[in-house]
Design a protein around this ligand. Sequence first.
Ligand code: ASP
Length: 330
Amino acid sequence: MAKTPPPSAWSLVVHGGSGVIDRADLTAEQDAAYREALAQAAEAGAAVLRVGGAALDAVEAAVRILENDPLFNAGRGAVFTAEGRNELDAAIMDGATLAAGAVAGVTRTRNPISLARIVMEQSPHVLLAGEGADAFSKANGLDQAKPGYFFVERRWKALKRQLQQARLPIPSRPKGASKHDVAALAHDEGKRGTVGVVARDAAGHVAAGTSTGGTTGKRFGRVGDSPLIGAGTYASDASAAVSGTGEGEYFIRLALAHRICALVEFEGLGLQAACDRVVQNDLTGLGGEGGVIAVAPDGQMAWSFNTSGMYRARIADGAALEVGIYKDES
Ligand code: ASP
């Protein structure tokens, strides 16, 4: 990104997952629907920042929009485990204080990003998992949903295909599965996906949030990078806020989000250069696929991915909203 913005400028970047996403895979309607959804999320975050709101609030507001949208693999529309469940992971981090909250494998919370925030603000812990996290959610009065709420036919079909190929048993359709469907892409990128938002507010603080259903057909309580602070999510006012999407196992091994922040803080790299080095060099070198979005306390914005596409948008004080899907867009 070109010039350093003025100190009061806010900025926000959104992603809706990375993967094999080529122009030929999306109909004009699907292409438009994704762009519209990304724009809506970016606008929801921008609305908070425009009136002087906190980066953390902007991140939560924008992630919630994407969690509620069945197009994305987070909240409603999440992918299924091999047992036919939706187990949701999310994390949020405040760059001003290094406070962080995360949840893994939750099954009943409508908006896992808000649960992550409650973990950060109302518990002495950083990461809660499984039944305990579900109980904490209920105890704190968060909006609960029946498992059928998260169901989307396209994700169910993707699970069935994967299990058939692996010769694994197909679980019975979840009770109360919603009738809701979104048209499958010609090439189903939906094996993965994730949503994430990073923001820098007018006070110069940064925050990051990530939410996901993980990977289709995950087993044995698998947890990805998204809820792991430092792997899929990290924020520090000393460097940047980063949210990732891609093959979580690689992000975890590289402590990828923190690695980007460390290059900025300790090596003095520019934000784009740090993102490119870690994604194009380190992640690619290890054989992993994915991408990141990032903002720095001075307002720099960046994204980098080594897949053919990443659903993404960015908006900043005094700059127009930009939305992209494919690699050849800016
Ligand atoms: N990173 C997520 C995970 O491994 C999936 C994705 O972003 O596509 O759970």
